[in-house]
Design a protein around this ligand. Structure first.
Ligand SMILES: Nc1nc2c(c(=O)[nH]1)N[C@H]1C(S)=C(S)[C@@H](COP(=O)(O)OP(=O)(O)OC[C@H]3O[C@@H](n4cnc5c(=O)[nH]c(N)nc54)[C@H](O)[C@@H]3O)O[C@H]1N2
Ligand SMILES: Nc1nc2c(c(=O)[nH]1)N[C@H]1C(S)=C(S)[C@@H](COP(=O)(O)OP(=O)(O)OC[C@H]3O[C@@H](n4cnc5c(=O)[nH]c(N)nc54)[C@H](O)[C@@H]3O)O[C@H]1N2
Ligand code: SF4
Ligand SMILES: [Mo]
Length: 742
């Protein structure tokens, strides 16, 4: 086995160009220093919370005496990172320094999407937006203005719109990401998983990864814990059609036929029950519906699943026994990006049920009970109750969705027969919707109908090209945001504060939201003048202060109760209708869905086509880092992985450029290089999401690699919560570009 360092490559990878070796700094632990005082000769540090992904690691921005950046480093007290940033976090310097950044507010002068803007002052840009918003509110109601946001500090814009009268809000991290798993676990255990995940990987003896590709999916603390668990002898079972980094560390790799996971999961349940390999006491005490489940899975034998999944029956039995032997210190990991095939909530229900049978929920090495601190809000007026929400517009759709569904807001922006669209304007904050939502043509159709699009971003991205007004935000190294209060084994608070003045004419999100709020006549909702006043007040309520947080960056608080795991024999009331862990879901049954998960076959690729699957690379985050010079040095384009047998059939050689065409005739805008590798099944091709940028203002990454989103035109909607299943798209190879239909 490669050693731990080879595997995680957290801090260090490719950072030589940014971080100069400094023995004085290495000797430092977490001694307290005021940001005003030098750490050692000519070095200063400021608390930082990383915004390169949503793990939100806390750390420090180190500056040199001349005020320039030296490097970013993790805060040793932060349980999300334990003092180490991942390569993306370290390379975040490149986001701050990117010369292509948005520099000043812009107002569109030409057609949407044509990138013709004039520069404007903040006053002018915000007046323009406020006037438009008032006009739209007068005609269609304030709730017709929808907010899409995905960032730390979403609350600033969300609260401004709520004060204005709109709760029409969605984050792509729900219906394009973790929504199915959150609902599945909520339906089963009465609680969601949350972020960071409550998986007790550190102490697990067996970790089962289904799709979830930890290691390439570089969620820092999770990767560190997995590597610690491996060192302590935990076994890893990876179910993935691709030989992922995690597969390389696994005792068992199950190269499953894509889209058939449900059959494997049901067969595992069948084996656990048939063999008696489950936690009888736990199941008896805590669960509801065991007898129904037992009858339900009777025919889902490993032999049945073999024909569907291509995983041999003895492997299914051996892996089931491996899980049982480790139980309750076993985790069937719920994954994070779970919107795959449209029956995703049901697939994640089988994952939840397996965990329940093995007694891992609430047990050491399984799932712990997280704790977090909640910071009080400054007293102010109540938000008005919005006249309508998207649920009034679609009363029968996705009643079990616990959050706003971004694709539903897109649908609600397009006239529906005679019906006026519910949504008339988009306020898009820190999400590149064009590349983030599948079915780009539908996104563009909606955009075409809108009366106003505002984009708050740091870079000229695909979405900013379609905006009427573009507002340049200061990067995370140049601004305050709300205090990070991530859940974890212990509650923590972490401060993000500016290490630098905002470059160019950019402004922090809190300032933009507040100024616009004032222009909309919402002054009473802003009992604070500037963010420091607000943060100071909030921190005082929990016996801390801004000064303290500036010194320490991260404050670890005691747990409110000693309840991280269930006590032996403890009586527990779960947050479900029956108060039990629902193997049989009464709520799904009440809403007319299958109360226990069933296997439904999904189409397989037609002759000459291959399933398009996608994932993460350790050195990039979605589409947001592809222009970052430091991270580009590590990877500057994506490749398409093709199995050697298929490459041979097509006469494709390693490194050759191809265009991809999907089942609907859509051809990738840009060519992509082929990586011929045994690490992918013959029926699929794989690429990393986030490349193939079409905005020329991204001077470094324009046209590098291909966009998976462009090829995802067939979307399978999850009927339970509205998630967008994106993996039922099939592609073939072209050697010359054809007409592009994107
Ligand atoms: N470096 C980096 N890390 C990140 C991110 C990032 O952008 N960059 N993003 C973060 C976010 S928000 C998320 S949601 C997570 C996403 O990360 P995960 O939740 O781990 O994503 P998945 O979609 O589960 O994983 C993709 C894997 O699924 C496999 N796969 C494809 N189809 C199938 C199938 O039918 N069955 C099975 N069993 N496997 C299949 C692919 O081969 C690939 O290895 O990553 C997080 N971590
Ligand atoms: N095809 C495809 N689609 C996907 C996925 C996939 O794997 N494939 N993954 C899905 C998942 S799991 C998720 S969570 C979503 C992620 O969806 P997004 O969060 O939309 O992903 P990004 O592409 O990183 O876009 C982030 C945008 O915010 C901007 N930005 C970055 N930092 C800041 C900041 O500090 N302030 C402001 N105002 N803007 C900032 C970036 O420039 C960029 O325009 O995508 C989903 N969509
Ligand atoms: S995992 Fe990496 S990119 Fe994400 S917050 Fe942590 S350091 Fe930043
Ligand atoms: Mo995600």
């Amino acid at each position: 086995m490669a050693n731990r360092r080879d595997f995680i490559k957290i801090a260090g990878l490719g950072t030589a160009s940014i971080a100069l070796a400094n023995p004085a700094l290495k000797a430092l632990n977490n001694t307290f220093f005021s940001p005003a005082d030098p750490l050692s000769a000519g070095l200063y540090r400021t608390p930082m919370v990383c915004e390169i992904c949503f793990w939100k690691c806390a750390g420090w921005t180190y500056k040199k005496e001349d005020g320039t950046i030296w490097k970013l480093e993790g805060n040793a007290d932060d349980p999300n990172c334990n003092g180490r940033l991942c390569p993306r976090g370290t390379g975040g310097v490149g986001t701050y320094l990117d010369p292509d950044r948005l520099k000043t507010p812009l107002i569109r002068t030409g057609e949407r999407g044509n990138q013709t803007f004039r520069e404007a002052t903040w006053d002018e840009a915000l007046d323009y937006i406020a006037e438009k918003m008032k006009g739209i509110a007068a005609e269609s109601g304030p709730e017709s203005i929808a907010l899409f946001s995905h960032r730390t500090g979403s609350a600033y814009f969300n609260d401004m719109l709520k004060a204005f009268g709109s709760s029409t809000y969605a984050a792509p991290s729900y219906a394009q990401c973790k929504g199915p798993r959150e609902e599945a676990f909520y339906l089963t255990f009465g609680e969601t998983i949350g972020s960071p995940e409550r998986t007790d990987i550190r102490d697990t003896k067996c970790l089962v990864l289904i799709g979830s590709h930890i290691g390439e999916n570089m969620h820092n603390g999770q990767v560190q814990e997995m590597s610690d668990a491996i060192d302590k002898g935990a076994s890893i079972i990876t179910v993935d059609p691709r030989f992922s980094t995690a597969a390389g560390k696994s005792k068992f790799w199950l190269p499953i036929k894509p889209a058939t996971d449900m059959a494997l999961l049901l067969a595992w349940i069948n084996v656990l029950i048939t063999e008696g390999w489950y936690d009888k006491e736990y199941v008896e005490k805590y669960t509801f519906g065991f007898d129904q489940l037992k009858a339900h899975v009777r025919s889902f034998t490993p032999e049945w699943a073999y024909g569907i999944t291509t995983i041999k029956p003895d492997v299914i039995r051996d892996t089931a026994r491996e899980m049982f032997n480790a139980s309750p210190a076993v985790i069937i990991h719920p994954g994070r990006h779970t919107t795959w095939y449209g029956d995703d909530t049901q697939r994640l229900r089988t994952v939840a049920i397996l965990n329940a049978l093995l007694g891992s929920w609430g047990r050491r090495g399984g799932f712990y009970n997280p704790d977090r601190i909640s910071l009080p809000q400054m007293p102010g007026p109540e938000f008005p109750k919005p006249a309508r929400t998207w649920r009034d517009y679609y009363p029968d759709k996705y009643v079990l969705a616990g959050e706003g569904v971004s694709n539903v807001l897109v649908d609600a922006s397009i006239p529906d027969g005679e019906r006026e669209p519910f949504v008339k304007a988009w306020f898009v904050d820190a999400t590149n919707l064009i590349e983030t939502l599948p079915d780009k043509r539908r996104t563009l159709e909606a955009i075409d109908k809108l009366e106003l699009i505002v984009a708050v971003d740091i870079m000229p991205m695909e979405i900013t090209g379609y905006a009427d007004v573009v507002l340049p935000e200061a990067t995370y190294l140049e601004r305050y945001d709300d205090i990070r209060v991530s859940p974890g084994r212990v509650p923590t608070m972490a401060l993000r504060m500016p290490a630098f003045e905002p470059q160019y004419n950019s402004k922090p999100g809190w300032w933009i939201a507040r100024e616009l709020g004032l222009k909309l006549g919402l002054k009473e909702y802003y009992p604070w003048e500037n963010i420091e006043e607000l943060l100071e007040w909030q921190l005082k309520q929990v016996d801390s202060s801004l000064d303290e947080m500036k010194r320490i960056g991260v404050k670890v608080l005691p747990r409110s109760y000693d309840d991280i795991y269930f006590a032996p024999g403890e009586d527990i009331e779960f947050g479900t209708a029956t108060g039990k862990i629902e193997l049989y879901s009464t709520q799904l049954a009440a809403e007319g869905f299958d109360p226990m998960p069933k296997y439904t076959p999904h189409p397989q690729p037609p002759e000459g086509y291959y399933r398009l699957i996608y994932g993460r690379a350790p050195m990039h985050t979605f589409s947001r880092t592809s222009n970052n010079q430091h991270l580009r040095n590590l990877m500057d384009e994506n490749n398409v992985w093709v199995n050697p047998a298929i490459a041979k059939r097509w006469g494709i050689e390693n490194g050759m450029e191809v265009w991809l065409r999907n089942q609907d005739g859509v051809v990738s805008n840009f060519p992509i290089k082929v990586r011929v590798t045994e690490r992918i099944r013959w029926d699929s091709v794989y690429m990393v999401h986030g490349f193939g940028h079409g905005n020329k203002l991204l001077t470094r990454c324009f046209g590098k690699g291909a966009s998976d989103t462009q090829l995802i035109t067939n979307v399978k909607i999850d009927p339970v919560m509205g998630g967008t299943g994106m993996r039922e798209n099939f592609v073939t190879f072209l050697f010359e570009p054809e007409e592009v239909i994107s």
